[in-house]
Design a protein around this ligand. Structure first.
Ligand code: SAH
Ligand code: SF4
Ligand code: F3S
Length: 475
């Protein structure tokens, strides 16, 4: 391992220092609030699962400083918005929600307001928060989350606002406290950052370069959550297929084999796989690891080679389809989901038609569809775009309609078959029912006979479907 790579891990001394400061914050809070009162924190994460996972660490750190969590900003003593910058709409929502805190703070002047995550890592956003949102107390970027105790301590002792968006390449901080949102499912990041620079995407600019955790740390965390009753772990990374490449760790397929060998009744999911790096080895590993769900989220973005090249995606429709075919050959029951961007600069009718034809050919169970959003600072933001918003909207609606038909057909193909689902909670379609995701990621609902338990696996025989939900009987 080179010097540079070792530098990526936040040293233990720094982490211990932050733990000590967290204790000091706890003492300080004891002097600020009346005896017997526990201050409350509200943390909301926008965006992807990586951000949700970061949010669980922010909650963990806040908890270590003496806060208990609350589910509303109204009665919180500390509000933290953990933001996403992937589309403009997401950013506007955050500005709106942060703005709405002004009135709450007027009533509760002691309240602390923080903004962190991908949006705040952008200098322009940090500046705007500084000048137009004077009631925001702390702003921290994605690379200094572990310094939260120090940042809060500085704010509390100096009374001054603290802005820290330092660091560019990014670091890995192991051993931070985590307050997970549930016990039966766990998000486990295996790597951070992204090196792919797809021309439309802001993520590499706000999340820094790819860096992988050590496999021993990942395995330890998986063992811990499984021992605590976790039934489903989702391995996270912007491109999990790059795992280990920059630091000489084992490869992602090798990691899957190792995790599959661990004791316990749990299943493994992962996201996201960049199609250019989804290899036959990955597919072989999925096929032979019984704990790995037979579901592959393989974002294609567009079905036109011309657009894929402009997006800098580094694969073609042909190589993509070859991977889909190979995976189906190895795992006939596999389900695919994908992300599609409609209205990339100067996407022509024939490009869009090519996307429609690709989604029909693959037959995705579910598509996450987005209208292209210009992200300042990315190469695509400089590209000429003569396609009107109306045209993009029409294409978007067409795409949804075509996909809806495909998805309904996929769901009706599940009829009569048995799927293993992880029971998550009450169903929304049927009365007195429970629901959970099947191995293939489809939501299934079944009558609650009193024998099924939330957080446990249930075998469900599918009898019908409604919308995007399959209905069935628990066996
Ligand atoms: N790393 C993952 C996902 C990152 S963001 C991947 O490579 O697939 C999740 C999705 O948001 C992307 O797959 C893409 O479809 C969408 N997205 C990213 N930037 C966007 C933009 N500028 N406008 C619209 N959608 C975008
Ligand atoms: Fe964005 Fe592309 Fe990286 Fe995904 S792989 S995060 S779309 S740059
Ligand atoms: Fe959004 Fe950041 Fe994730 S930009 S999609 S929260 S990595």
């Amino acid at each position: 391992m080179s010097e540079k790579q070792i530098d990526r891990f936040v040293p233990d001394e720094e982490l211990n220092k932050q733990k000590e400061i967290a204790n000091k914050v706890r003492e300080l809070l004891g002097t600020i609030y009346p005896q017997g009162y526990t201050p409350c924190a509200f943390v909301h994460s926008y965006g992807c699962q990586q951000n949700v996972s970061d949010g669980e660490k922010i909650k963990g750190i806040l908890h270590s400083m003496g806060y208990q969590m609350t589910d509303s900003p109204e009665n919180a003593d500390f509000v933290m918005y953990n933001t996403c910058a992937v589309r403009e709409h997401a950013e506007q929502r955050v500005f709106g929600n942060v703005g709405a805190l002004k009135n709450i703070k007027r009533r509760r002047p002691n309240m602390l307001i923080g903004v962190c995550g991908c949006m705040s890592q952008q200098e322009s956003v940090a500046k705007r928060l500084k000048s137009s949102f004077p009631f925001v107390d702390i702003v921290l970027g994605t690379h200094v989350m572990h310094k939260l105790p120090e940042i809060v301590y500085t704010k509390l002792t100096s009374g001054k606002r603290v802005f820290d968006i330092s660091g560019e390449d990014g670091v890995i901080a192991e051993g931070l406290p985590i307050l997970r949102d549930g016990t039966s499912k766990a998000w486990i990041p295996i790597m951070y950052g992204c090196n792919n620079f797809c021309s439309y995407c802001i993520v590499p600019y706000v999340r820094g370069r790819e860096r992988s955790r050590k496999s021993c740390d990942i395995i330890r965390e998986v063992k811990e959550v499984v021992a605590a009753g976790c039934k489903e772990i989702t391995l996270l990374g912007q491109n999990v297929n790059s795992y280990g490449k920059e630091n000489g760790e084992i490869s992602f397929p090798e990691l899957l084999y190792k995790l599959n060998e661990l004791d316990g009744d749990f299943r493994i999911r992962f996201m996201t796989s960049h199609p250019k790096d989804a290899t036959h080895e990955l597919i072989d590993a999925m096929a032979s690891c019984d704990k790995v769900c037979k579901h592959l989220h393989l974002p294609v973005q567009s079905g036109s080679n011309r657009i894929l090249e402009k997006m800098n995606r580094k694969y073609t429709v042909e190589t993509y389809l070859e991977k889909i075919r190979y995976a189906r050959e190895k795992m006939p029951e596999i389900s695919f989901t994908s992300d599609i961007i409609v209205g990339f600069p100067n996407e022509q009718d024939e490009d869009f038609e090519a996307t429609l034809s690709l989604i029909k050919e693959v037959g995705y169970d579910l598509l996450y569809t987005f209208i292209y959003s210009k992200r300042p600072g990315t190469p695509a933001a400089e590209m000429i775009d003569e396609i009107t918003d109306e045209r993009k909207g029409e294409r978007f609606r067409t795409l949804l309609a075509v996909q809806e038909e495909i998805a309904y057909k996929k769901l009706s193909d599940m009829k009569g078959k048995i799927f293993k689902a992880l029971c998550e909670g009450e169903g929304r379609v049927l009365e007195n029912s429970l629901c959970g995701r099947a191995d293939n990621n489809v939501m299934v609902e079944f009558e609650n006979t009193g024998k099924q338990k939330i957080g446990e696996f249930v075998n469900v025989k599918i009898t019908s479907s409604k919308g995007y939900v399959c209905l069935g009987e628990a066996l």
